[in-house]
Design a protein around this ligand. Sequence first.
Ligand code: ATP
Ligand code: MG
Length: 305
Amino acid sequence: MNILLDFLREQKVSETLIRELEHFRNRYPVNDGQRLATPSYLYYGKDIWEQALTALLCGENLLLAGSKATGKNVLAENLATAFGRPRYNISFHINMDATYMIGTDTFQNGQVTFRPGPVYQCATDGGFCILDEINMARNEALAVLHSVLDFRRMIDVPGYQQISLHEATRFIATMNYGYAGTRELNEALASRFVIIQTPEISEENLNNLLVRSFPKLQKKYREQFVALFIDINKKCENGELTMKALDLRGLLDALKLMEAGLAPRTALDMGITNKTFDSCEQEVIRDIIAGRISGKLTAATLFGA
Ligand SMILES: Nc1ncnc2c1ncn2[C@@H]1O[C@H](COP(=O)(O)OP(=O)(O)OP(=O)(O)O)[C@@H](O)[C@H]1O
Ligand SMILES: [Mg+2]
């Protein structure tokens, strides 16, 4: 957890916010038995950090909306850790229903008992609940969250007492938008969140992310991979490529394959080029790659072995 605070300072996040975060953690200490997960990746982006911290400190629920691989889940997990709260993750899908989220009656040892769902557990535990891909669920199924997410901050289970949310409980939803197959979120639900649109990572932050993730990657090649991502981004912005080609996850995967010894061009095909199935688009991407990464380059040279 303290690694994360150091990281926030490194990112030059406002000291006032960091202090308030520490107050929050002191006010809501972790109970015995509450598991705090350490995040596997760190989110780079000072402005987004400051917006998200401010919103959550004010007691708001946060919706992170953006294109694929813009770090929405990484940020949501980092936030739970930064606030020092246990994390609950719910992945939404078309068949999600209220009983799964809130809980349901079960028959156990000859008695009817209530088996709480993750929203209920998170609400009583003071957890941070990540509602992942919230727009994938049917709107009717989500109506049950209305009273949880607005000023009432309570869960109403038919046949049981209403319960109020623990003060430290927060909800962070994520949603994808901007490409085929993504769904809109209904207005009543969107109105219950403050919304941050997650941008593509900046050039400087991508460089820092690569330094941390691939410490052995030689500087001059690291710069070429950063430039490659920026080149692809520009072509997407001016409409020469579709967003399929822009995939930071794909670039990181490709670098992992190179680190394991695969030829750079092959790894880039697997991580980036082949994500589009249009052969013309593949040509454009290969041209951009050829301008940055020589076909003769080996994985061993990249990683300075
Ligand atoms: N700003 C960022 N800082 C750190 N890592 C980032 C950032 N943006 C993207 N990434 C990296 O991109 C990858 C994908 O991140 P994540 O799964 O959080 O994205 P997402 O926005 O939830 O994507 P999707 O919409 O496809 O679910 C991770 O490896 C993550 O480290
Ligand atoms: Mg995600």
